[in-house]
Write a protein that binds this ligand. Structure first.
Ligand SMILES: Cc1ncc(COP(=O)(O)O)c(C=O)c1O
Length: 409
């Protein structure tokens, strides 16, 4: 009989869904370090180090690179509410669930939202995005880089250039891609980018790394208002419309993370320790080796699934390396297989949303979990569970094909 006073003892799962994934033990260890006051000089040094580490992860020189306390959508919401003044036109290309999320947040910020859509499993061409920018002339383009709901990665290279030419600000949601594939913030001329820790960064949900350039900093400075109780003497209010959220006010967050260290929220110190360590771990491995590890796992997993006679979902030329959609074979119980994988092998794979619900599983190979032994164990378990539910893959074929892919054969 469970007792509410029992010590927590969760099972050890191999999390191979679309995130969250297993946390790197170094990150967990960092999160058990002693609490510090948020203005302790040791802690503010950690804040500055975290900013510098994330500049490297985001491949940017942006001064304003820091953490928002909250899950990945906290970063998205902070950027959108700070960029959007009511009535601004925001263009949102939707190719999966998270495009809908950006459009929804933008609507809550009282933007005039223009959505363009693509069938789930595909991405926009550069020509389609350019045409939409030229036609709608938005103030902001809000776009998802990798949409875990469909497993697709939207190429962003070149789109920043087009946006600059038309005076448009571009915000990208890199929650699913940061640490797992190239996110070249400066090279791609992205003005604002947000992410999360719980995918390829091998950390827990609860902290959202963000970065913004000077174009964004200038815009929000004009909307700067400071809480009465902490307003410095002689402070002059910005002449732009006040940012609708206090918690997600980028101008106040910049004062908090910047030299003035003006008080705002109480920083989630434990999350900062974890985020700092997550960035350090990725950078110590090296960005390119880290991306290569994800590509290799994707090649092995897709080879294995194909050898088992399964079909991959979506435009494979644009599949993210860290998550793979697999079409559920006719007549197989989607939840039955997932449940059997969990109960018998302690492996979690992902279900799907919206038009893909019941049609595909999503198998993640992200961050700390993106390792050969997990890819092989997942294929092995899937074969056994599929057989139980009436789909007979050739025995051992999936694991053998994945091993061959890892061996470069
Ligand atoms: C691309 C993308 N954006 C945003 C989110 C939302 O993240 P969170 O649930 O951490 O708020 C996710 C989560 O899966 C995601 O994949």
């Amino acid at each position: 009989m469970p007792n509410i006073f029992d010590e927590l003892n969760p099972p050890h799962r191999i999390l191979m869904g679309p995130g969250p994934v297993g946390i790197d033990p170094r990150v967990l260890r960092a999160m058990s370090m002693p609490m510090l006051g948020q203005f302790d000089p040791v802690f503010t040094t950690y804040m500055n180090e975290t900013m510098e580490l994330y500049r490297q992860v985001f491949q940017t020189k942006n001064k304003w690179t820091f953490l928002v306390d909250g899950s990945a959508r906290a970063g998205a919401e902070m950027l959108l509410v700070s960029l959007i003044s009511p009535g601004d036109k925001v263009l949102v290309p939707v190719f999966g669930r998270f495009g809908h999320l950006l459009a929804e947040i933008a609507r809550r910020c009282r933007a005039e939202v223009v959505e363009i859509s693509r069938e789930w499993g595909t991405v926009f061409t550069a020509a389609e995005l350019t045409a939409a920018i030229e036609q709608h002339k938005p103030k902001i383009l809000a776009i998802v880089h990798g949409d875990t709901s469909t497993t697709m990665a939207q190429p962003l290279d070149g789109i920043g250039e087009v946006c600059r030419k038309h005076g448009v600000l571009v915000y990208a949601d890199a929650t699913a891609t940061l640490g797992g594939m190239n996110v070249d913030v400066d090279g791609w001329k992205l003005d604002a980018v947000s992410a999360g820790l719980q995918k390829c960064m091998s950390g827990p949900p609860g902290s959202a790394p963000v970065t913004v350039n000077e174009r964004v900093a200038e815009l929000v400075k004009r909307r700067k208002h400071v809480e009465a109780g902490i307003k410095p003497a002689g402070f002059v209010e910005g002449d732009g419309p006040i940012i609708q959220s206090n918690y997600f006010d980028l101008a106040m967050l910049m004062d908090y993370w910047g030299d003035s260290r003006l008080n705002h929220h109480t920083e989630a110190a434990t999350m900062l320790y974890g985020a700092r360590e997550a960035a350090r771990v990725v950078l110590m491995e090296g960005l390119e080796p880290c991306f290569a590890r994800h590509r290799q796992a994707s090649a092995a997993l897709t080879a294995g699934l194909t050898a088992m006679g399964l079909k991959l979902f979506g435009d494979q030329a644009h599949k993210m390396p860290n998550v793979t959609g697999v079409v559920i074979p006719q007549g197989v119980d989607p939840d039955g297989v997932r449940r059997m994988m969990l109960d018998n092998f302690s492996i979690e794979i992902g279900t799907s949303f919206g038009p893909l619900h019941g049609k595909i599983w999503r198998i993640g190979t992200m961050g700390y979990v993106c390792r050969k032994e997990n890819v092989l164990a997942c294929l092995d378990a899937l074969e056994v569970c599929l057989r139980k539910f009436g789909f007979n893959a050739p025995a051992g074929a999936g694991v053998a094909a994945a091993q061959a892919a890892y061996a470069g054969k």
